[in-house]
Design a protein around this ligand. Structure first.
Ligand code: DGJ
Length: 754
């Protein structure tokens, strides 16, 4: 709902209110972002200067912009805090409120930037300046979030240089801590938390893309906020390019938050009569801690970001050949893998890199689309026919934005590649980026990718991008607009093709890509234990339905960690389950175990992918819960175990206090060989720990891991359900949790009678 009264503007839904007003002198004063309030509450929020501070400055007869909580600030009017707009100095850009418009829907942009969609109301605030520049501030309120964006119109009679333009700015009051998510390739989403002080904190990416270095999403919380209590706000940007946010507190306790495109090398020439549209910034507010904030973000992404066809639609369990084969495969190897994948329960077979041109390593072939007939004699259609005969859908990998200098495309069109301005070729993974701001380059990509999708009746595309570049400079934004144009043209006419975007793993995990790709490959770090942390951190801002998380081989290729298969599965459940290793290496018991994992995931897939997600108290590890109505699933994950462990509990949330629930552990099995020499204490026969009998037994048999069943009320379970004792070296009992390092358990909690 949007209400307007006496130049006070209120955006409100059942969870949040956002209020501001135009002052008598045309400034926009921010009043409130928080719990629902009424429009007549304005008096509670408006600031009062009293006699004012010492060093004030501002236009005569106006409020002092320096001390006003603002929705937008103009340079040179006495506000010395961060400015959201910087243009040529000779153009006066002091904006005053002019008029507003209300819409009972979202308002579409004219450029190719993606936007949130769905039921919403929009408020447009128009601010004008004497130089005939005008600013249009768009506020859209959805069920769970508010978005903001800005459009700058140039009617000055000349071109202007826009050096910086933010999507949103606001000044809120209070003490906050900020969490940003930083990292690198295979080390995504490392949280950094710090108090917001007067020095300010910048969260910015300048790699040309949203990047794993600094995810565009961030969180502000009141100190002391927990998963369930306290004020927490989530912010994000619907954009995949260079981004910038700065959060800084003023002496008066006003916290300025700006979000938008990074101004580094931005320099956008805006011609007379043209307008510039910024990406949409997103904000959610929760009075129920980090958990409430995440739930709101998850609902917003699932409802208002993900493309319509995939809204609430279950994602398939897939097999991807990359980590099993890399570039080394042929059709018969793929079919052998596909048969096994099908037997295990997979629904989709994804052929990753290496199927085209001279692509036998990452040094050549990128940019070409001719199928490698040595590897695939029947082409894409031949492979698809065989997969379809097995009952599997076909998915295909592309990396359309980049080119290897050793490729037919580069030899034909070297000028299509973006080069550094000094002419020195700088490669990243042996690649250069293609210049997506050029229409002929975009046409080439759209035509080739579309043709391959049709030829192979492809139902899933993995869209990779492994070249990051600061060489994009001022054209970085044009590149991103070009990328969105390409994605619209390829996938707009094919909404049923499931797009999973990827950028050396999670290098472009952002809301812009999610507007086209319902899921994103979380990380090339497929070590389950490492990725559990990445998934856990992603969960703050992104729902599980977006997080591609596959089971990979153990020992793991990056860490050499030998994580039990049960844990590798359990962690992938809290994401989008897939398998990615050579299935020809599986033993009979491993096959059975994977079959059971997939059956279990399919039974609860809707809950894992779209249920309400919670991070739970877990003093000794990580615990997560997904819930839908009367069914709740809790995962408990450990890293290193300690001797003489104490009792351990799970702490589910969101249960009905009076209802009686049944708790059942997911059946898991342990490799007997794990026990080595200890086996002689529990088996009647004497066995050599590394002898052939133990190894053979490990391939054919598994030992039960503690099974647990319990009936209790929601009230009891929520105060902590005590788990079976853990193995502590004093003997074996089939009821104990035989937990070594990197173990985990899953508990399904179902209301009785369901
Ligand atoms: C990087 C991706 O993140 C991997 O999953 C894989 O697709 C490779 N590229 C293929 O080159």
């Amino acid at each position: 709902m949007i209400q307007i009264k006496d130049n006070v503007f209120l955006l409100k839904n059942s969870n949040i209110s956002y209020m501001f007003r135009a002052t008598g002198s045309g400034n926009l004063e921010h009043l409130h972002f928080g719990a629902p309030v009424d429009i007549d509450d304005v008096d509670a929020f408006a600031v009062r200067y009293g006699a004012g501070w010492g060093s004030t400055g501002g236009p005569e007869g106006e409020e002092f912009p320096m001390y006003l909580p603002l929705e937008w600030s103009s340079l040179g009017r006495g506000d010395y805090r961060e400015s959201p707009l910087e243009i040529d100095r000779e153009i006066p850009a002091a904006f005053k409120y002019s008029f507003c418009r209300k819409f009972d829907h979202t308002v579409s942009m004219d450029c190719s930037l993606p936007q949130a969609h769905g039921d919403a109301e929009t408020l447009e605030i128009v601010m004008s300046s004497p130089s005939k520049l005008s600013l249009h501030l768009f506020y859209t309120i959805f069920d769970t979030a508010i978005t903001r964006r800005v459009v700058l119109h140039n009617e000055t009679g000349r071109s202007i240089n826009v050096e910086k333009i933010m999507s949103s700015m606001m000044d809120i009051q209070g003490d906050y801590e900020i969490t940003t998510y930083n990292g690198a390739w295979i080390a995504e989403m490392q949280p950094y938390r710090a108090p917001v002080g007067m020095s300010g904190i910048v969260n910015e990416s300048t790699t040309g893309f949203s990047s794993a270095l600094h995810n565009p999403g961030f969180i502000l919380n009141e100190p002391g906020a927990t998963e369930t209590d306290g004020v927490v706000m989530g912010f994000n940007l619907i954009y995949s390019g260079n981004h910038y946010s700065r959060i800084q507190k003023s002496n008066e306790g006003l916290v300025r938050i700006v979000q938008g495109i990074s101004p580094v090398s931005f320099d956008w020439i805006l011609g007379n009569g043209e307008k510039f549209e910024t990406p949409e910034a997103v904000m959610v507010w929760s009075g129920t801690g980090f958990g409430g904030m995440s739930l709101a973000m998850h609902r917003f992404v699932n409802e208002n970001i993900i493309p319509g066809y995939w809204k609430g639609r279950q994602r398939p369990v897939l097999y991807n050949d990359w980590e099993g084969c890399m570039f080394n495969f042929n059709e018969s190897k793929l079919i052998s893998l596909a048969k096994k994948a099908k037997e295990l329960g997979c629904e989709l077979f994804v052929l990753d890199d290496g199927w085209f041109g001279d692509r036998n390593s990452d040094k050549a072939g990128l940019g070409d689309y001719d199928v490698n007939r040595k590897k695939l004699p029947g082409g894409l259609s031949g492979l698809q026919a065989k997969l379809s005969g097995l009952g599997l859908d076909f998915g295909l990998w592309f990396e359309p934005e980049a080119v290897n200098p050793d490729s037919k495309l580069y030899r034909a069109h070297p000028d299509w590649a973006i080069q550094a301005e000094d002419g020195v070729t700088v490669l990243g993974r042996n690649e250069l980026l293609l210049d997506l701001s050029r229409p002929e380059v975009r046409d080439y990509i759209v035509n080739n990718v579309s043709r391959c999708i049709e030829e192979g009746k492809v139902s899933y595309v993995k869209w990779d991008m492994n070249r990051h570049s600061t060489a994009l400079g001022a054209s970085a934004h044009r590149y991103i607009l070009g990328l969105y144009d390409v994605l619209k043209r390829v996938f707009g006419p094919r909404p049923e093709v499931l797009l999973e975007s990827c950028s050396s793993g999670g290098n472009r995990f952002d809301l812009g890509m999610l507007c086209f790709s319902p899921q994103i490959w979380a990380s090339d770090n497929t070590d389950a234990i490492e990725r559990c942390r990445i998934q856990y951190q992603l969960s703050y801002l992104y729902p599980l339905s977006t997080i591609g998380a596959h089971v990979s081989a153990a020992p793991h290729s990056q860490t050499l960690r030998d994580t039990p298969l049960s844990t590798r599965g359990n962690i992938s459940f809290f994401g989008l389950l897939g398998y990615e290793f050579d299935l020809d290496d599986l033993t009979p018991v491993e096959k059975d175990e994977i079959k059971n994992q997939i059956l279990f995931y399919k039974q609860y897939r809707d809950i894992f992918q779209f249920g309400d997600f919670r991070r739970l108290k877990a003093p000794e590890g990580i615990s997560m819960q997904v819930s839908d109505g009367d069914v709740h699933i809790v995962g408990l994950f450990h890293e290193l175990v300690h001797a003489a462990p104490g009792y351990e509990r799970i702490y589910p949330r969101g249960l009905k206090r009076e209802t009686v629930y049944n708790v059942l552990s997911r059946k898991q099995l342990l490799n007997a060989a794990k026990f080595g020499g200890l086996l002689r204490f529990v088996l009647p026969v004497k066995l050599k720990p590394d002898g052939p009998l133990v190894r053979a037994a490990g391939k054919q048999y598994r030992m039960k891991d503690a099974e647990r069943e319990c009936d209790a009320t929601g009230a009891a379970l929520m105060s902590g359900m005590t788990l079976n004792a853990r193995f502590m070296g004093t003997g074996y009992d089939p009821g104990m949790r035989m937990q070594g390092d990197f173990s985990s358990n899953i508990y399904v909690i179902t209301a009785e009678g369901t």
